[in-house]
Design a protein around this ligand. Structure first.
Ligand SMILES: Cc1ncc(COP(=O)(O)O)c(C=O)c1O
Length: 285
């Protein structure tokens, strides 16, 4: 059975319903998190909850729970949903209001929802071939650092990638590469790992933070720096990272080979470090 959490109750997912007057439904007025779970352990929970707090503050919505309460809710939800590698989806909206009005209701009653889904491990073919991506102009708003459920820009861009037979769209704003439609961006140039700095135009990814940490702890030279779009096309390696897709090596961009057209040596090393980190998490290390 797939059990969800809705406003203080555990309910079968198919029975978890909200009002059509919910501002999440009417306006996309809410924020969310996606937290991987490896061996019953929530991956970097504090990092995810810290980002969630920033997202809530960014849309001026009071956090309905403390970090300790969130942990209790999520651990209970995981307990009743069996085991295996999974991810938790967590969403808070500004809740239902008596009338559809752009302005916030005086005293909102947030809708709190969480569910659990299986996570697909990276396929072995990935290390052989990598994935293809396209570049597109970033058509999103100027607060991409808020993990808002209002995702139409991201959806339209990702759909273009899918229709081009690609795994991701890499987004360009004012001549600089920012991130993927649902991922952060890394590239290798002159042997150094580069990623755009945090700011309003990209989501501060939890996987991104871990990749930078693993680089530092293992003597891999890494730097946060603006990435001119042109660098994408002469990169030695290109990766996109996210909680559900981990570290994807991009081996074709806009129909052309990236570097040697195969996952590069730095990706192979980082992928192994990442798998090692997950394995330690599973065994409580
Ligand atoms: C736009 C965007 N950027 C980056 C990321 C990667 O963030 P994380 O590593 O925390 O999953 C995501 C994740 O879904 C995303 O939607």
């Amino acid at each position: 059975m797939n059990t969800a959490y809705l406003n203080g109750r555990l309910v079968p997912l198919e029975e978890a319903t909200v009002s059509v007057m919910d501002r999440g439904f009417l306006f996309g007025d809410g924020v969310y998190e996606v937290i991987p779970v490896y061996g019953a352990r929530l991956f970097r929970l504090d990092g995810h909850l810290a980002r969630f707090e920033r997202s809530l503050a960014g849309i001026r919505l009071t956090n309905p729970h403390s970090r300790a309460q969130w942990r209790t809710i999520l651990e209970r939800l995981l307990e009743v949903n069996g085991d295996g590698d999974r991810y938790v989806y967590l969403q808070v909206t500004r809740g239902p209001a008596p009338k559809r009005d752009h302005a916030f209701p005086g005293a909102p009653t947030p809708t709190v929802f969480a569910s659990v889904s299986p996570i697909t491990p990276p396929s072995p073919a990935l290390a052989e071939h990598g994935v293809a991506a396209i570049t597109r102009e970033d058509i999103r708003w100027k607060r991409c650092d808020i993990k808002a459920i209002t995702l139409l820009g991201n959806l339209l861009l990702r759909q273009e990638a899918v229709e081009a037979g690609c795994a991701e769209a890499i987004l360009i704003r004012d001549g600089e590469a920012m991130e993927g439609a649902a991922s952060n961006l890394f590239l290798v140039r002159a042997g150094t790992l580069l990623t755009p700095p945090k700011g309003p135009f990209l989501l501060p990814g939890i996987t991104r933070d871990l990749v930078l940490e693993l680089a530092r702890d293992n003597g891999i030279e890494a730097r946060e720096t603006p990435i001119p779009a042109q660098w994408l096309h002469d990169a030695e390696e290109l990766w996109v990272t996210s909680s559900t897709r981990e570290i994807l090596p991009v081996t074709r961009l806009d129909g052309e080979a990236v570097g040697a057209g195969r996952p590069g040596p730095l990706w192979t090393r980082m992928h192994a470090l990442f798998q090692g980190y997950k394995a330690r998490l599973r065994t409580g290390g």
